[in-house]
Write a protein that binds this ligand. Structure first.
Ligand code: FAD
Length: 506
């Protein structure tokens, strides 16, 4: 008989009830309901949540699908809209706009990737350089169109999308879901984290002398990282020299016009501003680097850029970009802002929460807490943070802007070697390696590198023997098909009204 080094984890304690805490509670109450006896979530209404986080990536659909959440109901309940990508204004240079869309560009040409053919056409024949013309999500976004995938053998079958939503309402949806599956919510303030002689967490001590014991503790206490950071003292790796934005002002405003099916990201003199359409309001935020722009000036700029009346006072959020050196130590795993934060430019935080949850499930421990599992989890999470970090730095570093001290700093700063290597490869023959199973794949890197103004010196050598005129016709056919697909799609607004309008619009 195999002797097991630990007993089964019977009680999971989730500290914190923001998006991260309730995502964990919902997931584990459904997916591991036969394995875990008790799940307890402790949160403090008095402390509250960070209260932002409105844009997502397509991975969230997988999360909701596994929970069995009906998508139309979810969009309705969270005042949601659909997102086909992000529009970047003034990032590569002032007055220039590009899209980072979800989904594929064109299609493969034999064994060659689409972008190799397209680059050959642009660089050697002066063909259309607007990459967005080859991506249905991009064309549909520009035309204000949306629908879910339909049919087969057409770009319509491969439509990729995510959502904009009210994060507070999403957490509420997940809370109902988790409580219905037996999760116990405890309202209270964690005052002390009690450690055992081995340095593991034995209990959380709350106000009113309450003591919550557990086998596994999930730290979802946000930037405070009360368990993994404060109590277990795992260090923090600070990346603010690469990603210098460290503040955000956020405020909702009344909705203006039809909701666009994409996030708007407008580069400013020392940061950028987002505009996100929900059904009942627009979300706005200015992300900025306080070293280059004092808070008071940033507030004036933010308020001056709002298009409609504010629905609440602007909220100032201070943050430091980076991650904990490890996300899992002993019997504590940090998920969400407690594990790290990479600023919201590509809406990656909720995706990182989801991936943390999926990995924790994969490496789910017994009370022996095998170090091999912990190391594997940390390696994978660390790599993911680093990949996203590099992708974000690209937006700032590969810009032609030199109109402010902030942009001059970003252009001149030395970048991580991993990113420098990618930039070199692209500048050489337009190559974009996909070697590590990153979240942001070829099409994302291409959209941003090209959009920011990077240009390869020459095309992929394997394309040079191909007939240029033939390629031109092949590309033109793709543009036509994509244009026609967009034409038959309903507008984003009509789609919402027909399928998932929220109560206030009913
Ligand atoms: C400016 C900005 C914009 C963002 N935009 C996006 C976006 O577009 N897309 C995206 O994916 N993400 C975005 N994020 C990130 C997103 O907001 C977070 O990932 C998400 O909200 C999860 O936060 P959290 O649950 O980890 O932490 P929080 O929301 O801070 O929750 C922490 C929880 O811990 C509890 N807590 C803390 N201390 C105690 C204590 N002592 N006792 C008891 N309870 C305690 C709190 O009450 C709360 O319930 C953004 C973040 C910022 C700062």
């Amino acid at each position: 008989m195999v002797k097991h080094p630990g007993k089964a984890v019977r009680k999971v304690v989730i500290a914190g009830g923001g998006t991260a805490g309730w995502m964990c509670a919902a997931w584990f109450s459904k997916i591991l309901r036969d394995d875990i006896e008790e799940i307890v979530l402790v949160e403090s209404e008095e402390i509250g949540t960070v209260g932002v986080g409105e844009a997502t990536t397509p991975y969230i659909r997988v999360f909701n699908h596994h929970l069995g959440i009906d998508e139309d109901a979810f969009v309705r309940d969270t005042q949601g809209t659909f997102k086909l990508g992000i529009e970047f204004e003034d990032w590569g240079r002032l007055g220039h706009t590009y899209h980072h869309p979800f989904g594929a560009n064109g299609r493969e040409f034999g064994s060659l990737p689409f972008h190799a053919i397209w680059l050959r056409d642009v660089l050697e024949r002066g063909g259309p350089s607007d990459l967005g013309l080859y991506n249905l999500q991009s064309v549909a976004a520009r035309n204000g169109k949306f629908m879910r995938p339909q049919g087969q053998n057409s770009p319509l079958a491969g439509i990729e999308y995510a959502f904009h939503f009210d994060a507070g309402l999403y957490a509420m949806t997940l809370r109902h879901f988790a409580e219905a599956r037996g999760v116990t919510r405890i309202e209270g303030r964690i005052e002390t984290v009690e450690l055992s002689g081995t340095g593991s967490i034995s209990a959380l001590l709350l106000n009113e002398a309450r003591r919550i014991e557990g086998d596994l503790f999930i730290d979802c206490t946000g930037f405070r990282a009360l368990l993994l950071g404060e109590a277990l003292q795992t260090g923090f790796e600070d990346w603010s020299h690469w990603l210098p934005c460290d503040r955000a002002y956020a405020a909702p405003t009344a909705r203006v016009g039809a909701p666009c099916p994409y996030t708007r990201s407008m580069a400013m003199a020392a940061g950028w501003q987002w505009r996100i359409p929900l059904q009942h309001r627009d979300g706005n935020g200015l992300v900025f680097a306080s070293h280059f722009l004092p808070e008071a000036e940033a507030l004036d700029i933010f308020l001056g850029n709002l298009l409609a009346s504010r629905m609440s006072d602007p909220k100032l959020i201070r943050f430091k970009t980076g991650r904990r050196k490890v996300s899992w130590h002993k019997n504590c795993v940090a998920i969400g802002l407690a594990a790290g934060f990479l600023e919201p430019l590509e809406s990656t935080s909720i995706m990182l929460i989801q991936n943390g949850i999926a990995r924790l499930q994969y490496y789910f421990p017994d009370t022996g807490f095998d170090q091999a599992d912990i190391d594997a989890y940390n390696r994978a999470m660390n790599r993911e943070y680093e990949d996203i970090r590099d992708f974000l730095i690209l937006h700032y570093h590969a810009s032609e802007r030199d109109d402010s001290e902030f942009w001059r700093y970003c252009r001149a700063m030395p970048v991580p070697e991993s990113l420098a290597h990618r930039l070199d490869l692209f500048r050489s023959r337009g190559r974009i390696p996909e070697e590590r199973g990153e979240q942001f794949r070829l099409n994302s890197w291409l959209a941003v590198m090209w959009g920011q103004g990077l240009r390869p010196r020459s095309a992929d050598p394997l394309t040079l023997s191909l007939d240029g005129d033939g390629l031109g016709t092949w590309l033109s056919d793709i543009r036509d098909v994509i244009g026609k697909c967009s034409d038959i799609m309903p507008t984003h607004e009509d789609f919402i009204l027909r399928h998932c309008r929220a109560a206030h619009l009913a």
